[in-house]
Design a protein around this ligand. Structure first.
Ligand SMILES: Nc1ncnc2c1ncn2[C@@H]1O[C@H](COP(=O)(O)OP(=O)(O)O)[C@@H](O)[C@H]1O
Ligand SMILES: [Mg+2]
Length: 462
C-alpha cells in the first residue's frame, strides 16, 4: 500500500485524507452489505440480494462513508483555533517563503490529521497555479524504516518513471536522490509526517536529523517539516538538535469533551441519517463513551457508524440506545482489525510469526523463537529480515497496541527472557494479515496437517 499521496493531484472533496483507502471497503468478515450500488436491477441474482439487502433507505440518506475515518468533513467544529494556528504558521509558504517547522501533538482522535489535511487542501487550492510549491503528506505509521520514508518521499516528488528511487540503493544514494528530486521541483516543499512518533519509536530520530538539516544541502528548494504526534512526550526522545529544529512552532490539540463530541456527531448524523431516525440519547451515549476514552472523536464516530449498521441489520427503523451498547462491544474487535490492517509490513510478518508459533504451541512463545520464525517467514517471502533490535521495537509496539502481551520468564541458568502471549482472536486477525499482498505468498496450503494459519489463502473463511 502506498502511504503517501502526491501533492497536487487530490480531488477536492473527501479525498484529502492522505489515505488512499477511499473506496468502499472490501466485503469484510462481518459479511455486511457494504457498497453503494447494490445488485443491478433485473440481474439473475436480483432475488437473492432482495432477500438479504436491508432496506437501507429507511435509515440512511447519505453515503455511510461519511462516518468513516477516511472522510474529511467540510466543517471541523471546535477546531477553528487550531485550523487558524496551523494556517498562520504555514502561510509564508504561499508567498514562496519558508515557514517554520511545526510540531502538532495531542492524543489520538483529537482531530490532528483532519485539521492538517483541511489546511493542506486550502493551501493547495490557493497554490494551484504555482508549480514550485508542493505539500506532501506521509503517514509514518505504516512505514518500516528511515530508508523507506526517504524513498517514499523522493518518489512522491518524481515526475517521471526514470526519476524514481529504486529499492536497493545504499542509504547515502537515496539521500542524494532525494536532494536531486527536491531541487528539480524547486521552491517550497511542505512535508507532513503524520504519526511521526511511531517512526521514531521504531527506528530512532536519525531520519529526522537528515530531513531537518537537508535545507543546508539544497540549492533551489526548501523543506518545511510538519510533524504530527499522538505521543505527548514524543520530543523527550529526540536528540537536542532535532528537537529544537522540529519544535520551531508547536500546537497542542486537547481532547474533546462530551458536549464537543456531540456537536461533531450531530454534524455527521445530519449528513448521513434521515431526519428523525436517530433516537434521543443516541448521540449523547456515543459521545459519553468516547469522552471516557480520552475524548477520541474517531471512537465516537465509529460507535455511531456501528450503531447504524447494527440497526440496519436488525431491520430496525430507528437507531436506539441499545444499538449503541451493542456497537460498543463490537467496536473492540473492529479496533483490533483496524490496528492490524495499518501495521507496517515487517510488523505484520512479525505478528504472523507470533500467531503461527502461538497456535502451534498453545502457550507463550519466547522472543528468540519469534525472531527465528520471523526470519524464516521473511525468507519465504523474499524479504530481507530487519535486525533483531528493530524487531524488538516492533514487539514493544505490538504490546503497546494491546495485540500481544509479553512477560518476563526466568529460565534457570538460561537467564531471563520474554514470553509472548497473543491477545487477539487468531481467526479474525489472520484474514486481515492476508489482505496485505506482501504476505499473500504465505497462503500456500501446506498439506494434511493444516492449521488455521495455513488457510491463509481464504480470507473470507468464516
Ligand atoms: N472537530 C472535528 N469535527 C469533525 N470531525 C472530526 C473532528 N475532529 C476529528 N474528527 C474526525 O474524527 C476522526 C479522527 O480524527 P483525526 O484527525 O484522525 O484524529 P488524530 O489525527 O488526532 O488521531 C476523523 O474521522 C476526523 O474526521
Ligand atoms: Mg492522526
Amino acid at each position: 500500500m502506498n502511504p503517501s499521496v502526491p501533492s497536487e493531484q487530490l480531488p477536492r472533496a473527501s479525498a484529502g485524507r492522505g489515505n488512499p483507502e477511499l473506496a468502499p471497503p472490501p466485503p469484510s468478515r462481518t459479511g455486511g452489505a457494504y457498497g453503494t450500488g447494490g445488485a443491478p436491477g433485473g440481474s439473475p441474482s436480483g432475488d437473492l440480494f432482495d432477500s438479504v439487502l436491508p432496506p437501507a433507505s429507511d435509515i440512511y440518506k447519505g453515503s455511510r462513508e461519511i462516518l468513516r475515518e477516511s472522510y474529511v468533513p467540510a466543517r471541523l467544529p471546535h477546531r477553528e483555533n487550531q485550523i487558524r494556528q496551523v494556517a498562520e504558521v504555514l502561510s509564508p509558504g504561499l508567498r514562496g517563503e519558508l515557514p517554520s517547522n511545526l510540531l502538532i501533538y495531542g492524543k489520538i482522535g483529537t482531530g490532528k490529521t483532519a485539521v492538517v489535511q483541511q489546511v493542506r487542501l486550502e493551501f493547495l487550492r490557493r497554490a494551484t497555479a504555482d508549480r514550485s510549491m508542493s505539500f506532501l503528506s506521509i503517514n509514518c505509521g505504516n512505514i518500516d524504516t528511515p530508508y523507506s520514508l526517504l524513498q517514499t518521499l523522493g518518489n512522491s516528488l518524481a515526475e517521471r518513471e526514470e526519476d524514481r528511487i529504486p529499492t536497493g540503493w545504499a542509504l547515502d544514494r537515496v539521500q542524494g536522490g532525494l536532494r536531486g528530486l527536491l531541487n528539480a521541483r524547486g521552491g517550497i516543499c511542505l512535508l507532513v509526517l503524520d504519526e511521526i512518533d511511531r517512526l521514531v519509536a521504531r527506528s530512532g530520530d536519525g531520519v529526522l536529523y537528515t530531513l531537518s538539516q537537508i535545507n543546508t544541502e539544497l540549492d533551489t528548494a526548501r523543506l518545511c517539516l510538519i510533524g504530527i504526534s499522538n505521543d505527548l512526550k514524543f520530543t523527550n526522545h529526540l536528540d537536542a538538535r532535532v528537537r529544537s529544529r522540529l519544535n520551531e512552532e508547536k500546537i497542542l490539540f486537547p481532547p474533546y469533551d462530551a458536549p464537543q463530541l456531540q456537536d461533531i456527531l450531530r454534524d455527521r448524523a445530519r449528513e448521513v441519517f434521515r431526519d428523525g431516525v436517530v433516537d434521543a440519547g443516541v448521540i449523547e451515549r456515543c459521545a459519553a463513551y468516547a469522552a471516557l476514552e480520552n475524548g477520541d472523536a474517531r471512537r465516537a464516530l465509529a460507535l455511531l457508524r456501528l450503531a447504524g449498521e447494527i440497526a440496519e441489520r436488525e431491520r430496525a427503523r430507528r437507531i436506539a440506545g441499545d444499538h449503541v451498547v451493542k456497537a460498543k462491544s463490537r467496536l473492540e474487535l473492529d479496533i483490533i482489525v483496524e490496528c492490524v490492517r495499518t501495521l507496517p509490513p515487517h510488523c505484520k510478518v512479525l505478528l504472523y510469526a507470533i500467531l503461527q508459533a502461538f497456535e502451534r504451541r498453545r502457550t507463550g512463545v519466547l522472543t528468540g523463537e519469534v525472531y527465528d520464525a520471523y526470519c524464516k517467514l521473511c525468507q519465504r517471502l523474499g524479504l530481507q529480515p530487519l535486525h533483531a533490535r528493530s524487531i524488538s521495537n516492533y514487539l514493544s509496539e505490538l504490546e503497546n497496541l494491546g495485540l500481544v502481551r509479553a512477560g518476563i520468564v526466568s529460565r534457570g541458568r538460561g537467564g531471563r527472557t520474554r514470553e509472548i502471549v497473543v491477545d487477539v482472536p487468531i481467526a479474525e486477525t489472520v484474514p486481515v494479515l492476508a489482505e496485505d499482498p506482501l504476505l499473500a505468498a504465505l497462503a500456500r496450503p501446506r498439506g494434511p496437517n493444516q492449521t488455521l494459519l495455513t488457510n491463509f489463502d481464504n480470507p473470507n473463511r468464516s
